[in-house]
Design a protein around this ligand. Sequence first.
Ligand code: BTN
Length: 325
Amino acid sequence: MVLTPTQRALLGLLADGEFHSGAELGQTLGVSRAAIWKALGKLEALELPLERARRHGYRIAGGIDLHDAAAIRAGLGDAARDLLRDIRVLEVVDSTNEQAKRAADALNGGGICYLAECQTGGRGRLGRHWVSPFARNLYLTVAWEFDGGIAVVEGLSLAVGVAVRRALAAVGVIDIGLKWPNDLLRAGHKLGGILIEVIGDPQGLCRVITGIGINVAMPAAAARAIDQPWRDLSDCGVSRDRLAVALLDQLLPLLHGFPERGFRAYRGEWEAAHVHQGRPVRIGTGSRATDGIARGVNDRGALALECADGLRFIGGGEVSLREVS
Ligand code: BTN
């Protein structure tokens, strides 16, 4: 779904959370009241908390925190600004990762960032759906090219976890734990996650699509679709743009320097934030489950699991981990 210029301008006017009469909105946007009604109907389809009150007009209760690509670019530090080739804010997209993959042929090195106000087909690890309501949470993907094949990006997803944790600390959120391979936890509950997809030549030029989702102000209605305990940042007063700036400030230099530095440069910090370090865990499910004590990770990002028959190293891929008693 693509918003028309009128719908987009209407959203901008209603973003302040105040009441606006239909006449005022029509006059400001230079369209008829009927056109305003029609546009409002379309905005309702985005499941925004749109209210109509007689004599007051319309408002979006609580306002909305829309992204502004120019403001994000202007807020970046020098290193990230030099590495960012393009930033695009999409209002409604299936998935920012899918969008990045569709445009991958034009990457030319990388440094392209996609942000979305909402995703209709947001994806998580293990084929899960990622709940992505309009203008409430952060949905960000950065596309980057690496020469040297898939071996160069080993451990990258864990390093990105460290970068996201640093970004959150930079905006004042310091209570973030990491769960292997790349979940972000707050008070032990899921705050966000990372979905890395690699396309291209496994021995040569790889395109790495790094998607990050963070719950910022999850509405209760949308949260009903989440199948695990979750947290957001609604008590922290962090805007989505400020968070995007902090993420890009960490992520772009990380991607740039990763072929040289590798995960080993992030390993100690990752282990220090690991919520299951030294704890009994189960990897996988059913007959394919393996129990052991989590003993950290190696330089490739594989989990070191102390099992009855010795130490085993488990690669990230499509496996899940949970704590056992
Ligand atoms: C997980 O923990 O399962 C990973 C979640 C990753 C979600 C982000 S939101 C931006 C990007 N687009 C997607 O469809 N997924 C990632």
